[in-house]
Write a protein that binds this ligand. Structure first.
Ligand code: NAD
Length: 248
């Protein structure tokens, strides 16, 4: 039995994980932690920490997981670069599955987007559109950022130099290297992502729409099962789903 410590247990994702955990017979939610609870005290009750909380708590979480030698499934998004660097550093000592999106469909989208960008080549303009519910704290979504990172990597560009977050005013013609990202917010949208490849005479659009948080919850629990007992390292859902060995 793999014992999971759930951080952010009272949030939307935390509740979805609690709901889905019953369908994973080999996993047990051994501790539920949220703001104000004793995370350090809960750590010795489990093997893997699954975190869907807030980015400001990630550094403390990394410290504790490293100190106690716990595997970590990190679903929280919206981290500053300093925290992102710390995640990479801690993965030298503990196994971490870090994914901006735990859904199988979105990870297939990542795989497809990489291939489409390779096949279509540099003559296509790249735009990403995402939409989420009105409560979402960070923008653009972590998934949109991952999609942009994949596109920049295929084009051999540094993302920070080519990314364009929305457009407003007299922006002039679009630069050929730009990767546009547009964040829409409203209602109860769980998460929509579209990548557009546009050129003279045609446009290819790849879209994923999540209609329930269960897809992320099952993916995170699958990651918890996969990461338990692994050697230290930084992994993502491409590793968990075996997409990397399929050529990603
Ligand atoms: P939410 O606001 O519903 O839940 C966040 C929870 O974290 C709340 O219960 C809050 O009380 C708790 N929290 C706040 N401070 C805390 C602390 N110090 N320690 C422990 N818990 C604390 O948000 P949500 O929609 O559940 O999303 C949570 C995070 O997961 C966000 O960063 C979101 O972007 C991300 N997310 C990731 C994926 C993915 O697949 N990677 C999918 C959905 C959401």
């Amino acid at each position: 039995m793999i014992r999971v410590i759930l951080n952010g247990a009272r949030g939307r994702m935390g509740r979805a994980i609690l709901h889905c955990a019953a369908q994973h017979a080999d996993l047990e939610i051994a501790a539920q932690v949220d703001q104000g609870d004793d995370l350090a005290g809960a750590l010795n009750r489990g093997d893997v920490v699954v975190d869907f909380s807030v980015p400001t708590v990630t550094e403390q979480l990394l410290d504790l997981c490293t100190k106690h030698g716990k595997a970590l499934v990190l679903g929280t998004t919206g981290h500053e670069e300093k925290t992102r660097a710390m995640i990479r550093e801690c993965a030298r000592r503990i196994p971490i599955v870090w994914a901006s999106n735990f859904s199988t469909g979105v990870n297939t989208l990542f795989w497809l987007v990489e291939r489409a960008a390779q096949v279509l080549g540099p003559g296509y303009d790249l735009e990403i559109v995402e939409m989420h519910h009105r409560h979402k704290q960070d923008a653009p979504s972590g998934t949109a950022r991952t999609l942009a990172e994949i596109l920049a990597r295929v084009r051999k560009h540094q993302l920070d130099r080519v990314v364009r977050h929305g457009r407003h005013g007299l922006v002039g013609p679009r630069g050929a290297e730009e990767i546009g990202i547009h964040a829409l917010r409203g209602g109860d949208v769980v998460g929509d992502h579209t990548v557009i490849f546009a050129t003279q005479g045609e446009r290819l659009e790849l879209t994923h729409r999540a209609s329930s948080r269960e897809t992320f919850a099952h993916g995170a629990l699958r990651a918890a099962r996969w990461v338990a007992g692994r050697p230290a390292g930084l992994y993502d859902m491409q590793d968990v789903l075996g997409l990397r060995s399929a050529g990603a």
